[in-house]
Every structure is written in structure tokens, then in C-alpha cells.
Ligand binder design. Sequence first.
Ligand SMILES: [Zn+2]
Length: 305
Amino acid sequence: MNADPVQRVLESLAARGKPVRKEGAGWVACCPAHDDSRPSLAVGRGRNGDALVFCRSAGCRAAEIVAALGMKLPDLKAGSAHAFLPTIEDSHRPAQGSGFRTAKEAAQWLRSKRGAWTRIHHYTDAAGEPLGIMLRWDYGDAEGKPRKYFAPVWRFGGSWRIGCVSDGRPLYALSELGSIGRVFIVEGEKCADILHSIGVCATTSSFGARAAHLSSWLPLAGREACVLPDADAGGTGYAHEVKALLEALELPARVRIVRLPGLRDGTKDDVQQWLENRHHGDADSAFAELQALADAAFAQEGGAA
Ligand SMILES: [Zn+2]
């Protein structure tokens, strides 16, 4: 039996007909704990030498994955120090108290207080099960300046409440992220939707530029992640915080920050202006430019920030 826990995991996968492929700093294979047709299982080596396993599509728990490999959780440990990746479910902390029976009821109550919302964004888990919705109101203030207001409606156990889990929040479009390949990260659900509209795999954290640390970035463990900052100072700060969070994962993501060409510094320009001004809404040319920018950034060792 191999003493190295990572090698043991890789060998157990291969022995069970799950071919292992190198990806970034780790490996990927089909997850042995669920019916997996595309490689969802990320395997990596933690800083202390432990084997790390993480199912990026069905969210299988480490205990289920090692059981399917004929191993036990302690077998993942290299020494006495250990750190298991929590699953997304583990990081949710349902609050006490009663709420609304459905998300729709809660949203209707909010509409009765604030009027019709401008946008609605749905949050799900990796399997597409609803977790919450984010409502957005755009309005003008007394001076006519554009303002926005967000209100989340979240599922806590069997009921829906106005509010959100305090940390470990799911990334946006979790069920769209797939399990392999490059993911683009933008600031805000609207920008992620814009990238989805041109066929790009994209996500964001909820609640704006200063709340990145409240989301769980685990689904991007070991993947290529390309952050596209907005043109303002907040956008730069967000990009660097996301990069730090992704690189701090036990199985770090490979991260590049890519500035979109043509954005006017210090404005609120983002992917919307880039798509409109540079590509006139042409999805094919925008998609090609984005992937080429990312390819160039990842080709650079270490990456420019
Ligand atoms: Zn799985």
C-alpha cells in the first residue's frame, strides 16, 4: 500500500476504472461517489501533504468519496495535521425562526414594500436546487444619480426568509460552472449574465465588491480562473481579493486578472461596455477576444496583476 495519501487516491481511482488526468496543480477524474460522466473530482495535495478530494458537480462529501475508493477519511492524512475541505452544505448555517413558505411569497412581500424590482437572479447549488434569489432595484436618487438596492431571499431549512446565509455563500450560477475548464469571474450577477449570453462560463460572488470573502470559492478549486475587473478602484480591489481567496484554497485555482481593453479608467465600465463598444454586441467576436486574452494571460508564468 502506498504511504503517500495522494498517490493512494490516484491509484484507487485508476484501479476502479476512473482515469486520472493532471489539471493545474492537481488531478481530475470521474467522481466515484456519484454517477459521473465527466470528470468532477478534483484531487490535490494540501500544504501539509494531505490528499484533498472535492466533488465539483454533485458536492459529494469527502467521506463518501473515500468510501467509494475503499478508503477511510484518516487515510487522506499525511501526518497528524489535517484539514478537510468542507462541503458547501456544511458551510450553510440555517437560521432559526419562521419565514415565508415560498421564495415567491417573500418576493411579493418585498414588492409590496419597495415596488417592482428591476432584476431577479436565482442562486442554486451545483445540482440546480434553488438556494435563494437576489432581487435588485435600480432607481435614481434626489440628484438623479443611478442607485441600486439589493435584497436576498434565502432558503433556511424548510422556509424562505429575507436575508442570506452569513458566510459560505454560494457562487452565482453554480450549476452552470461545470467541473472542468476555465471560469471567468466578474463583479455582480448582471455582468455574469452578460457573459453567459455570449456563451462564456462565468460567476460572481453576491453582495458586491466588498463581500467576496463571504462566498465559498471551493467550486473553483484547482481550476483556471480569470478575473475581469470593473474599471473603477472598487473593481481592482475586488479582483485582487478574489485572486487571493482562490489562491488560498487548499487546492489553489490558477488565477489571472485580465483588464478588458477599451474600458475607461475610473468609470463604472465593465463587460457590458466592453461588449457594446468594442464588439457591438457580437457574441462570437467577444467570445473569441475574451478567450484569447485569457490564453495570453495564462501563458505568462506567474501572471501579471
Ligand atoms: Zn461526486
